[in-house]
Design a binder for this molecule. Structure first.
Ligand SMILES: *Cc1c(COP(=O)(O)O)cnc(C)c1O
Length: 523
């Protein structure tokens, strides 16, 4: 087949007439990003943006063009230095992945191709299906399992709740809604679960009141006996338990719920078993860690992120559903402009848009495919195991420092600790002095707790360490006590990096404690 010659650039085209300058500028931009990644250690992890830089982003809409070179210069000067810094090995706040140069390059290719992954007859969709097949293999899911890229685990959990809702009530719930639904559906998760599960209950119209927050044991794992009791009580009250959401790697301390037991309880209750494995699920890539997740292979759905432990650049959330037909029943719809054919570009159904709320979607699968292909699953698993080793090193260091105190067992890669100075009470003593029932087992849920002197000191230490640019921890609450929290997610972080964090906490802690020997607690 001979194609007619392509028309020359018309007046409307945004492409250059001559690509020479653009090509050279593009190479400079790429080089700058390689320099950035290669030189991360010479930079502060984070620095606050000067007010002038921030104000520069309140300009009126630019009507006239300016050069790519100028925009790139502005990026290098005003944007790149003031990101949160999660590519940096000293970044340990929240649960952020570090990304890789390979992922960055793949993202560039995806943007160049500008594929729309809603569907249609194209290999980019097949690449997304390849990721689904790999995840089936990793989690020991059946052939019938379906998968879908979404922004992140918040969205993947929402998809999980919607599929569970359709499984419980049939697809007609999509027409009737749940306002008049009797019996009312109720769901269960642990007191340590991420708040996006409650948000998913809210968004689906089931209501966050219908989510039971089950207490946890001393290791912050969902208490199975309490779960059974809650289900029995709800049944007696005429409610319909429809969903148990376990967590593989809680956001506060990295605890893993007893997934096998939860699978048994869900089977007995006839409820959907969903696992929020936002970062933790990919521990399956490490033969040493995978046994910790025993039972995850029995889940009806698993939500997780490639952009956390998988080191894929943002964003790359994923949902895997054991029964693809049920998954599709929760989302597929028909529209004339989306009709399916047996040949041509409208063939190759079902499409990704049949498995979730998005129609137009980017090619997240490509950076994930490159990451898994170039590094290989074993090396990624080793990087994940390495972050747990680094966390164990930090935990040992904290335990060895009299001025520091470990606040939770280290199950995976998250270390929660506090500066207590010499002669300060231990957190266990603090908790014993209060009402243990009020403080036990809801880390992160402590917004209502009064701040003690120790809490104020540790919050100030975390902020000062962030501002020092040496390391970036975040904070949370463990048993009511404010903790400095280091989540080792970035493949670049080494034992020396967490030692630097420790040294900074000790130095700044001593300075602040000396400045204010007896800070007044805020009531
Ligand atoms: C990070 C996280 C989430 C939210 O995931 P996003 O990708 O940020 O939307 C949910 N649950 C847990 C346990 C997490 O760690």
């Amino acid at each position: 087949m001979t194609l007619p010659p392509a028309a020359p650039p018309s007046g409307g085209s945004l492409d250059p007439v001559d690509w020479t300058d653009l090509r050279a500028q593009g190479h400079r931009m790429l080089d700058d990003m390689f320099d950035y990644l290669a030189g991360l250690r010479e930079r502060p992890v984070w620095q606050p943006a000067p007010a002038g830089v921030r104000a520069g982003f309140s300009e009126p809409l630019p009507r006239q063009p300016s050069s790519l070179e100028a925009a790139h210069g502005r990026f290098m000067r005003d944007i790149l230095p003031y990101a949160v810094g999660n590519a940096h090995p000293g970044f340990m706040g929240w649960v952020h992945g570090g990304g890789t140069a390979v992922g960055m390059l793949a993202e560039t290719l995806a943007a160049g191709l500008n594929a729309n992954l809603g569907g249609r007859n194209q290999i980019p969709v097949e690449v997304e299906r390849q990721i689904t097949r790999w995840m089936r293999e990793l989690f020991n899911f059946p052939e019938a399992a379906s998968g879908l890229f979404v922004t992140g685990t918040s969205m993947a959990n929402l998809v999980g709740v919607l599929v569970a809702r359709a499984a419980a009530l049939g697809r007609q719930v999509r027409r009737t809604g749940v306002a008049a639904q009797t019996p009312r559906l109720v769901a269960y998760t642990s007191a340590c679960a991420h708040t996006c599960i409650a948000q998913a209950m809210d968004i689906t119209g089931l209501g966050s009141d219908a989510l039971r927050l089950i207490p946890v044991d001393r290791d912050f794992r969902m208490d199975a006996a309490a779960l059974r009791a809650a289900i029995a009580a709800d049944r007696r009250a005429g409610l319909q338990p429809f969903l148990i959401a376990g967590t593989a790697g809680t956001v506060d301390v990295g605890a893993i719920d007893p997934l096998d037991t939860l699978a048994d309880i869900a089977a007995d209750a006839g409820a959907w078993f969903h696992v929020d494995g936002a970062f933790g699920a990919l521990a399956m890539l490490s033969p040493a860690l995978a046994p910790l997740l025993a039972g995850i292979e029995r889940a009806d759905s698993i939500a997780f992120d490639f952009h956390k432990w998988g080191q894929v650049p943002y964003d790359a959330g994923f949902i895997l559903v054991r029964d693809g037909a049920t998954h599709r029943a929760a989302f597929e719809a028909s529209a004339a402009y989306l009709s399916r054919e047996s040949r041509g570009m409208a063939a190759d159904s079902p499409w990704p848009c049949d498995y979730g709320p998005d129609l137009s979607r980017g090619f997240r699968a490509l950076k994930t495919w490159f990451t898994l292909t170039v590094y290989g699953a074993d090396r990624l698993g080793a990087a994940i195991a390495h972050t747990c080793d680094v966390a164990a090193h930090l935990a040992r260091r904290v335990a060895a420092e009299p001025a520091l105190e470990l606040l939770a067992p280290v199950a995976l890669n998250i270390v929660c600790f506090r500066y207590r100075g010499n002669g300060d009470e231990t957190a266990a003593d603090d908790a014993a002095a209060g009402d243990p029932a009020a403080t036990r087992g809801a880390p992160g849920a402590g917004a209502v707790d009064a701040l003690s002197a120790s809490d104020l000191l540790n919050a100030a230490i975390a902020q000062a360490v962030q501002e020092s640019g040496i390391a970036a921890p975040s904070t949370t609450r463990v048993n009511g006590v404010l903790a400095i929290r280091a989540a080792i997610v970035n493949h670049r972080t080494t034992p020396a990096d967490v030692d630097r964090l420790c040294d900074a906490v000790l130095r700044i802690g001593a300075e602040l404690a000396a400045l204010a020997p007896e800070p007044e607690p805020i009531p």
